[in-house]
Design a protein around this ligand. Structure first.
Ligand code: MSP
Length: 649
């Protein structure tokens, strides 16, 4: 029996940082999966949200001088706005501070305690606040002299805990977990990621401490409010509470969606999802999710992108410059789920230019322009297709099959790479037939080439819709295809079985994609053209106030500074810009400053300069300096310290 529902989840994000490209990536994977299943006529529930309890958040709130709830409230709109900007169509946004969630988690705790899966004892050991995780004896790293051993995952010092705690009887689930991995080899996608999970479980599971008494910001334990629930027991349960678990009256709704069909997560949280979560579900008497999709990290200069490393790329900035769909495409195409991948602006721009503007955008543009030039607005399919058109059609059907298989396996990067092979074939078909000549020599052949190209574009646009929904809707509109994703029909099956007999109505739509360099050049060339025409004293070279405010001049504190290896000129700095985050800035000032002279000092920086690579390192802004009479440069800084992130005016 065909399964007609699809329930997909993302991790819920800590509200200590605004969304960055890494969190966008996780969320996009789920959005693409949701849309792919919508295209297949399924009912879809797509869940995302925020993880708002725990020591890390309480500490961040305190640092910001805010009450925890006020602090978390102030972060949530950043997520909602970013997801809206990227056309992420989630069904529900859960917050772990939602009343329904809190009550449902308490019901869950009560049930597990009553049945003996949760008991009270004393926890003695190490805790990593940053990862909100207890660190096991067997995995602690080296011990720095003045603090606890290092967390094996993030490398930060842990703290020692000795507290009364509730424990989850994880040790009782070891055999059942191993059986699960054995019986369901596709439980974890990609399969290779299961190895570390299996060996972790095989090496022996200890019971898991799931409550804290020294932390107040969390869900109070039922009948024992001195204890608050450990963040992961709170957070993981969002996947069931969001669809009604533990809430009287919502049983039918819950049954309709659980088990989840796909749970997206990064490799950093695989143990929580592939070990603790299934064990929690077993104890609860619930079915396992169908698949966990575990992706790698987006890295910048070989380091995981994250706010705490100061190398986070702001999706809002990328959006301003490149728009929604090009960034969606790039993340799905270039970041391989199976690996860690480097992000680079050069690469992004190159892909937008070659794949989107040149290969796909131009194909549509050439088709419609040529047809209109020869007064063709409406194309009927030919009675008999030529051999070359049949070859193209066969390749189209093969592409649909291959693409669907990759999408079904969540190998989106492979699916897109396969589809682009077909886009290149369609371009080659169009070009080889020289339809601009056929238009005058053989009208019938001319129409056939246009029709075959339009049929290919129709398939391409439908297949690509989950990745670039708005642009593909424009493409379909341009060839007269009426598109509604909510018909409940399996559009992929229809595409697979459909004959090439469509009628197309061609209409010009604005260019689907712009090459980044064209976009970048535009403001400059406008200024040059406008000045003489308006006759405004060009020799003064004035800029307007609008031009000035385009430059984001911001004060930041240099937190770390070191010489760039193999470079005589460059220094690499980590600069804190307050609520604008941290950035890596590379500056050619080594002749003027020793790194230690700059640490802790404020400086002025241009933040919206296009990031560029220097000695292989990306500089995410520019430091302002002035050359002194001694030919050494001088750092510019405010007269007295001002808050980091202050913009100049
Ligand atoms: N709150 C927990 C998750 C609880 S789920 C029940 C958490 N939150 S997080 O804000 O740190 O975000 C975690 C997720 O964001 C990662 O698992 C991953 O999916 C995504 N990413 C964060 N940084 C990333 C990269 N640099 N690259 C790719 N994804 C990244 O952990």
């Amino acid at each position: 029996m065909a399964i007609d529902k699809f329930y997909v989840t993302t991790p819920i994000y800590y509200v200590t940082a605004k969304p960055h490209l890494g969190t966008l990536y996780s969320t996009l994977l789920a959005d693409v999966a949701a849309r792919w299943n919508t295209l297949q006529g399924k009912r879809v529930f797509f869940l995302t949200g925020t993880d708002e309890h725990g020591q890390k958040i309480a500490q961040a709130a305190e640092k910001a001088g805010m009450a925890p709830k006020e602090f978390v409230d102030s972060f949530v709109p950043h997520f909602i706005d970013a997801w809206r900007m990227y056309d992420i169509h989630y069904t529900h946004f859960i917050r772990t501070t939602d009343k329904e969630h809190v009550l449902a988690v308490q019901n869950w705790l009560r049930k597990l305690r009553d049945q003996g899966d949760i008991y009270k004892a004393t926890y003695q050991g190490w805790y990593c606040v940053s990862d909100e995780t207890f660190v096991l004896e067997k995995e602690v790293g080296a011990t720095p002299t003045d603090s606890g051993p290092l967390c094996p995952s993030c490398g930060r010092p842990t703290i020692e805990l000795s507290e009364e705690s509730y424990f989850f009887r994880l040790s009782a689930y070891q055999d059942r977990l191993l059986k699960l991995y054995e019986e369901r080899p596709d439980f974890i996608i990609p399969k290779e990621r299961a190895h570390e999970v299996i060996s972790f479980v095989q090496s022996g599971l200890k019971d898991l401490s799931i409550s804290r008494t020294t932390v107040k910001w969390g869900i109070p334990f039922p009948d024992d409010p001195n204890h608050v629930t450990y963040v992961w027991a709170d957070a993981l349960n969002n996947y069931i509470t969001a669809i009604g678990y533990g809430q009287p009256g919502k049983e039918a709704q819950f049954k309709q969606w659980w088990p989840a069909d796909l749970q997206v997560l990064g490799k950093d949280i695989i143990r929580f999802h592939a070990v603790y979560w299934p064990a929690f579900l077993m104890a609860t008497g619930l079915e396992m999710p169908e698949h966990l999709l575990v992706h790698g990290w987006i890295k910048v200069d070989k380091q995981k992108m994250s706010k705490s490393f100061g190398n986070a790329i702001d999706p809002i900035e990328l959006h301003k410059k490149y728009g929604t769909d090009p960034v969606r495409y790039y993340l799905m195409r270039q970041i391989a789920i199976t690996h860690d991948s480097e992000f680079s602006i050069e690469d992004l721009e190159q892909k937008i230019g070659s794949d989107l503007a040149d290969a796909l955008g131009n194909l549509l543009n050439r088709l419609v322009s040529l047809a209109h030039k020869h007064d063709v607005f409406d194309i009927a399919a030919p009675e008999i297709w030529s051999e070359k058109a049949i070859d193209l059609r066969n390749e189209c059907f093969n592409t649909i099959d291959d693409y669907s298989n990759y999408m079904q396996d969540c190998m989106y990067h492979m699916a897109l790479s396969r589809l682009w092979r077909f886009i290149h074939s369609t371009n080659a078909y169009f070009h080889e037939h020289e339809p601009w000549k056929l238009a005058k020599q053989n009208r019938e052949q001319f129409i056939q080439v246009l029709s075959a190209t339009a049929h290919s574009l129709r398939a391409i646009a439908l297949l690509l819709w989950p990745v670039m929904p708005k642009t593909m809707a424009h493409l379909l509109d341009s060839i007269g295809v009426i598109f509604d994703e909510h018909t409940g029909n399996d559009m992929i099956e229809e595409l697979r079985l459909g004959a090439w007999q469509h009628h197309f109505l061609l209409k010009k739509v604005p260019m689907l994609f712009h090459k980044p360099e064209i976009k970048e050049m535009a403001p400059e060339s406008n200024v040059q053209a406008a000045t003489p025409a308006e006759n405004k004293a060009p020799e003064q070279n004035y800029i307007t106030i609008d031009d000035l405010v385009k430059v984001e001049l911001v004060v930041g504190t240099i937190e770390q500074c070191e010489a760039v290896p193999n470079s005589e000129k460059l220094l690499k700095m980590q600069v804190d810009f307050g609520d604008k985050g941290k950035r890596q800035i590379i500056a050619g000032i080594r002749a003027s400053y020793a790194p230690e002279q700059l640490v802790g000092k404020q400086g002025l920086f241009v933040l919206n300069l296009q990031p560029r690579k220097m000695a292989g390192l990306e500089s995410q802004g520019m430091m302002l300096v002035a050359e002194g009479s001694d030919k050494l440069v001088k750092r510019m800084a405010p007269e007295v310290p001002v808050p980091n992130g202050t913009r100049l005016r």
